[in-house]
Design a protein around this ligand. Structure first.
Ligand code: AMP
Ligand code: MN
Ligand code: MN
Ligand code: MN
Length: 290
């Protein structure tokens, strides 16, 4: 049976690289049976106000969120800030820095693509028109539209993935710094999709231990597309490092049928749900279907 969760704390709108605008996203999420949702766009909080208003009309409980790009030991990782105050000065400053980095990076991605013979300048023009916040996903879609790749996955393989011409090193803020911004905004810092990073088991344990020591609250134990083995490993990581668990689909696009909002397994009883207390709004998880 397809697992279903009424909680989904990792979703993207067109404020970053999601396809649906915040209001359409909320309607879609509600249609999928989700009752507690977080909007977590990459490095921006621009969609939160519209999404929050839309949830009020539909009776969904809304959590203000963001997905921050961070550096840990030379790798890019993602930290979710959940139940944040998006107006907190420290966070606003941090987001401004991330947005500047992304804007400069987009120029460098375009140059890298152009020097490898891809339509980098044309892609940049498209990225600047469609996206308020430039991501590699926007470049991937532009490259597909320009005929430089048949689909987004190939665009990453050919042009934008690690070691490809459109992949540029970026000095994201450190994990500890970004964790501090989330904490300063009253939110819960959560490591997104912890099993997706190419880290050894030992490095992953060190990551979680360091994260917990610097104020991290949880790791995403249940994530869209993750298998049972990933889940089991994430559970033991959470238990071992004393971190709570979160669940999130990382939904971007309704045209991708294998990762809809809320198609998520239950958090195992050995892990405490990150949303079960402050700073999260009250929500009765027992309402979850069996
Ligand atoms: P960025 O944060 O600008 O590096 O863009 C990363 C985003 O691109 C991720 O959040 C995913 O949504 C998407 N992405 C990364 N790698 C792939 C891939 N191999 N295939 C499809 N989408 C990807
Ligand atoms: Mn994304
Ligand atoms: Mn991510
Ligand atoms: Mn995401």
């Amino acid at each position: 049976m397809t697992p279903r969760s009424v909680v989904d704390l990792h979703l993207h709108s067109s404020a970053s690289d999601g396809v649906l605008d915040p209001v359409s996203l909320v309607a879609h999420v509600a249609g999928c049976g989700v009752r507690l949702m977080a909007l977590t766009d990459h490095d921006t909080v621009a969609g939160l106000e519209d999404a929050a208003a839309a949830t009020r009309a539909l009776g969904i409980v809304f959590v203000a969120g963001v997905e921050l790009s961070v550096d840990w030991r030379g790798r890019t990782l993602h930290v979710l800030g959940l139940a944040i105050d998006p107006r907190a000065a420290v966070l606003v400053r941090g987001l401004r820095r991330l947005q500047e980095l992304r804007s400069l990076r987009a120029e460098r991605i375009a140059s890298g693509l152009a020097s490898a013979g891809a339509p980098g300048r044309e892609a940049l023009t498209m990225v600047r028109t469609v996206g308020r916040l430039p991501t590699r996903m926007h470049f991937a879609r532009a490259l597909v539209a320009l005929g430089a790749a048949p689909d987004v996955a190939t665009a990453f393989d050919r042009w934008l993935g690690r070691g490809r011409p459109g992949h540029v090193a970026t000095e994201w803020p450190s994990l500890a710094e970004a964790t501090g911004w989330v904490a300063a905004a009253g939110g819960a810092p959560v490591i997104a999709h912890p099993m997706r990073y190419p880290l050894s088991a030992g490095a992953r344990r060190e990551l979680c231990a360091e994260f917990a020591a610097s104020g991290g609250r949880a790791i995403e134990v249940i994530t869209g597309g993750g298998g049972i083995r990933d889940r089991d490993q994430a559970v033991s990581l959470a238990v071992r490092s004393g971190l709570d668990g979160s669940v999130g689909s990382d939904f971007h696009d309704p045209a991708i049928p294998w990762n809809p909002p809320g198609r998520l397994a239950k958090l195992p009883g050995s892990v405490r749900p990150v949303w079960s207390g402050p700073p999260f709004p009250a929500f009765e998880t027992d309402a979850e279907p069996a």
